[in-house]
Each structure stands twice: as C-alpha cells, then as structure tokens.
Write a protein that binds this ligand. Structure first.
Ligand code: PLP
Ligand code: COI
Length: 361
C-alpha cells in the first residue's frame, strides 16, 4: 500500500530534547505519527501526518467496550549513525495474535514494519543516544464503529506514535525493585485475554498496581487464579536465577503474554550463550527457594523494563522475602549488559534481530 506524507514544514517542528534532558518513559512525543483506517474489509488512507488528536464518535466501540490493542517496540541509534529496530517483526505477529483474540482485523506485518520505518525515517533526530535510552515505538489499533450493541466493530484505526524514552523504572538497572505478591487480584483467567496486549488487561491491573504502590512496591507479581503458580508482573514477564546461573521463566500460556524479551533470552540460551529454560513455577517452592538461597536472583523481562532485577517480594500479610542481598545480582546485570549491547550494536546481534531503518528520502 502507498503511504502518503503530510508533514509539518521544518520551521513548525519541535526540536528533539538535548542530551542532558531526563527523558522519563513514554512522556515525550515526536512531531508526526502514522495512521490508517479500516473499513469495508480493507486498510486504506495510510499516511504519516502531524501528531494530533483523533476525531471519533462518542459511541465508538473502543470507548465503551475496550476493543483496543497495542505493541511496544524499541529502536536504537548505533555508532554508525543508523537506527535499528529490535525484533519489530515479532511484535507485528503478536499484534495480529492480539487482534485475533479481540476480534479485530490483522494488519499485514510488512505494512506494520514499513509504517514504523517510514515514520522513524521522518523522525530520525528523535532517536536518543543517551545510555539506557531508546526510541520507544507504540503501534496500536482501536475500534471506531459508532454502535452500542456489544459486538466487534467493523471499522478501526491503526496508528503508530513514537516516544524517545529512558528506563521504565526511574533508577534503571542500578536499583532492584520490589514486587507485591497479591492473592486478591488477578490479571488473567484461563480462556480470557491474558496473552493479548489489549487495553483491558492494563485497565484491570491499575487497582492492583495502586495497592502495590501504597505498599512501596513497583508492581504486582500476578499468580494464577487459584494462587498456586507465578505468572507474570503487570508489564513484564518474570524470571528467577538458580545457584548455577540458570534463568527460569514461567511457561507461556493463555494467561501470560508471550514476551519477546523472554523469547530472546531463551534464544540466547539455545545458542549456548546463557542458561535459561521455561517451566511452571509453583509459588510455595519459589518462596522457599528464596529463603534457602537456592534462588539467588529474580526479576522481570520486558521491552520497556529490559531486565529489571527484583530485590524484594512482599506478601499481603506484610511478610518480606529478600532475594540474595536485595540488590542487583551479577547474572541479571550480565544479561542486561549483554542484551543492551546487542540492541545498541556494541555486540553482534543474532541473525534477523535488528532491522536498519532505510533512508527513504
Ligand atoms: N507481560 C506484560 C503483561 C507486558 O505488558 C509486557 C510488556 O510488553 C511483557 C510481559 C514483556 O513483553 P515484551 O518483552 O514483549 O515487551
Ligand atoms: C512494553 O514493555 O513495551 C510495554 O508495553 C509495557 C508497558 C505497558 C509500558
């Protein structure tokens, strides 16, 4: 499909932030976005246009019934000056997985990638070079049909916005976070939407996250609905590290998002670089493992979170489990360093992991 350009004149564009600015996560926007519409069974009107509000009807399905999905991807500026997108093709496939679960139309993966690459090409100057920073890419789709009957929309908008961002947790890799293990709130149930990146999963997590914050924790570590197994955190998969340095990640299921960071870690393990595997993680043995020292490190994996070590778990009754010395462990730090080196081009990337943004103009 032809992608049209409707760009701001250069003298009307905002300048990217300087190197000394604290970017935060997801706060800044670039000058343009990508947008296209779906109606009558086809995507049309693909365009890169100035970042601006949408005009949608008050009865739009997304506003009432939450038919919205999104992705999170990162692009990095490498030393040769080129910008490379990390594993965006897998995100494009996952967006279509989410679309299937939410009864939304797929977006051809090549079209998703071209939209992202053309948008980044226009916004090259916004890709930060500061350590622990990247250009965060947020593709998303929402239902626009003006109808109050509960059924899938027949019309949609797919959009991509960009945000130059620093680490998801303000202290980045330098400080371990705390997770609340909460048996009262659940993120996903079997047969539900847990493996989709749909807005509702995140809306439903806010109350539990507020509870976590009020107890000094950064996020909730969700359990399965009978509170016997560890599933994942609000915006990252979970891992723990055994004494021999093996990373153990809970098995993917229809209640766990198939994290591209976890998949990448498992691929590094297949290539023999590290030790990692997936398995079901029963809660009680996990807690005992922390107390006995069999579990020496733990943390979360995610695009935004990268590798975020967890130093403490607190339970609703106030019990606290400290992992190792509560700080950032050496295996987590080494994995973070290795992963970031691959993303930023300081170490060779496995075949196909990075895609260079072409210079279209
Ligand atoms: N789990 C949830 C619920 C998330 O929101 C995310 C973030 O995208 C992840 C896991 C990590 O997935 P990924 O590594 O693909 O970013
Ligand atoms: C990401 O890691 O890209 C996410 O989408 C997590 C988030 C909800 C900020």
């Amino acid at each position: 499909m032809q992608i049209a350009y409707d760009l701001l004149p250069r003298n009307k564009r905002q300048s990217p932030p300087g190197r000394d600015v604290n970017l935060g996560f997801g706060l800044l926007r670039t000058n343009h976005m990508f947008q296209m519409e779906y109606a009558d069974g086809v995507w049309r009107n693909a365009c890169i246009l100035p970042y601006q509000p949408f005009s949608i009807m008050p009865g739009a399905v997304c506003l009432h019934y939450g038919q919205t999905i999104f992705e999170g991807i990162k692009a990095f500026r490498h030393e040769d000056g080129e910008i490379r997108i990390f594993r965006g093709d897998i995100n494009a496939d996952r967006l279509n997985h989410s679309a299937r679960i939410m009864c939304m139309p797929p977006v051809p993966p090549d079209l998703q990638m071209e939209a992202i690459m053309r948008l980044i090409d226009v916004e090259r100057d916004w890709c930060p070079v500061i350590p622990e920073s990247s250009l965060y890419i947020r593709p998303f789709m929402f239902a626009t049909m003006d109808a109050l009957g509960v059924r899938p929309s027949t019309t949609y908008v797919f959009c991509v916005i960009l945000s130059p961002s620093g680490p998801y947790y303000a202290r980045g890799i330098s400080e371990a976070i705390t997770l609340l293990i909460n048996k009262s709130f659940h993120r996903a149930a079997p047969g539900g939407t847990g493996s989709a990146k749909c807005g509702g999963n995140y809306g439903a997590s806010l109350r539990a996250a507020e509870e976590a914050h009020s107890r000094g924790a950064s996020q909730v570590l969700y359990l399965n609905t009978d509170n016997t197994r560890i599933e994942e955190a609000g915006s990252m998969n979970h891992y723990h590290v055994l004494a021999d340095g093996t990373f153990v990640i809970p098995t993917f299921s229809d209640t766990v998002l198939r994290s591209i960071t976890s998949l990448s870690v498992l691929e590094l393990a297949e290539a023999g670089e590290i030790k990692a595997r997936q398995e079901d993680i029963p809660l009680e043995p996990f807690l005992k493992g922390i107390s006995s020292g069999d579990i020496i490190e733990a943390g979360g994996f995610g695009t935004a979170a990268v590798v975020s070590p967890v130093g403490r778990y607190c339970l609703e009754d106030g019990t606290v489990y400290t992992v190792g010395d509560g700080g950032v462990g050496r295996h987590s730090l080494a994995l973070y360093t290795r992963y970031s080196a691959i993303q930023t081009g300081k170490a060779p990337a496995p075949e196909g992991w990075l895609r260079t943004v072409p210079r279209y103009s």
